[in-house]
Design a binder for this molecule. Structure first.
Ligand SMILES: [Zn+2]
Length: 274
């Protein structure tokens, strides 16, 4: 775990998304939570040494960000309304299957476990005030249409969500690529000393936002070109140049291939209309 500022911590070591929190005089604001129940247990201990959990912001609906929401009943879950809607497709069965694969030991901790949906939703922006802190939730579409970025002006920290994969393989399987580019530009305009990406290490160099945009731009151009040439979905995938210079966090080349397949599927559908 890394302490980034006087009141902000981020953990990059859990399997799955990064998690973070802000400590205020009136309690703790959590940003996403670990997907493995054993990590969630450890995370609870850490959180409670800093205060009472008040809010848990889910930055997106993917399982690695939301699967253990129900293990933090003290916090009110907040998310974009599209994230909440997408989360209604999650089932306890699917989550338990994933937990049995990723965290067999965690299966013993699932007493009362359920799919928890956000209690507070918003559409474009939502500001929370807690203690002396301002917490700005902003819908910045990209990795999914419903991404929430969390900007903490007093701390000069931006939680970018999965719109930034810092030096790890980028997932585009539910992406809205053109809007993603607009969102990255919006992030560049926010004054921050620290960026906490959805995956990969927190960083300070704003130039990485341009690198992420460049990758998204290459994806757009590559798939549009394949469609223009009349290539099929499979042909597009097989001929795909290696766009992403980074490996997935886990799973090696097989996993990378699987992610590329999902990303091609998404963009091919968008640009071919099929
Ligand atoms: Zn995701």
């Amino acid at each position: 775990m890394q302490q980034l500022t006087a009141n902000v911590w981020a953990e990059h070591g859990f399997r799955g998304c990064n998690c973070g929190f802000l400590v205020t005089r009136e309690g703790v604001v959590m940003i996403d939570c670990p997907q493995r129940p054993t990590d969630a247990r450890q995370w609870r201990q850490i959180i409670f040494t800093h205060g009472q959990p008040r809010y848990l912001v889910n930055t997106e609906p993917h399982a690695d960000h939301v699967m253990c929401d129900s293990l933090f009943p003290e916090a009110i879950v907040v998310a974009h309304q599209g994230t909440r809607q997408a989360m209604t497709n999650h089932t306890v069965e699917a989550f338990c299957k994933r937990i049995s694969e990723l965290d067999p030991e965690g299966m013993a901790m699932l007493d009362g476990y359920h799919v928890r949906l956000p209690s507070i939703v918003y559409e474009s922006r939502l500001t929370l005030y807690l203690g002396e802190h301002t917490i700005e939730l902003i819908n910045l579409p990209g990795h999914t249409p419903w991404q929430t970025a969390i900007y903490l002006p007093q701390e000069r920290v931006l939680f970018t969500n999965d719109n930034v994969f810092h030096r790890v393989h980028t997932f585009l399987h539910e992406a809205v690529p053109e809007q993603w580019l607009v969102s990255l530009e919006a992030m560049k305009r926010m004054e921050a000393d620290w960026y906490v990406p959805g995956h990969g290490q927190p960083f300070s160099d704003r130039a990485y936002l341009d690198q992420q945009a460049q990758l998204v731009r290459q994806w757009i151009a590559t798939i549009k070109e394949s469609v223009a040439r009349g290539w099929s979905r499979d042909e597009t995938f097989e001929r795909l140049p290696l766009l992403d210079p980074y490996s997935p966090e886990s799973g090696g080349e097989d996993r990378a291939r699987e992610i590329r397949r999902m990303s091609v599927n998404r963009l091919y559908s968008l640009y071919s209309g099929r």
